[in-house]
Design a protein around this ligand. Sequence first.
Ligand SMILES: [Zn+2]
Length: 112
Amino acid sequence: MEGGQAIISPSYVTLGHEMAHKFDINLGIKNYKWFGNPPDERGVDEYNAMYYENVLRQANGLPRRVNYEENNGVTQGNILDASGKLSPLPSALSIQPINLPVFHTLQTFFGF
Ligand SMILES: [Zn+2]
């Protein structure tokens, strides 16, 4: 999280994050591995879920989420770089014909 403080997630942010996972499935996104190892292996759907979570956070004046934190405190899967810009799509996501940032852009600018 930006500022390095413990992440605070109102229930609507958590719900939005989880709904983005489901939305990935609806869009037909293949959930290839992004980072980590079992049992903490995470797929590229986590990038999309954190992206949408940050849309909700930014719209509500909350600090954006920077990465994925496991229960043991290990953080992986940065979605924002050190300057707060969106990190490049994971390669296993960028090769797919649709992803949530692209869908969001299409919807916002072209009414798709
Ligand atoms: Zn998630």
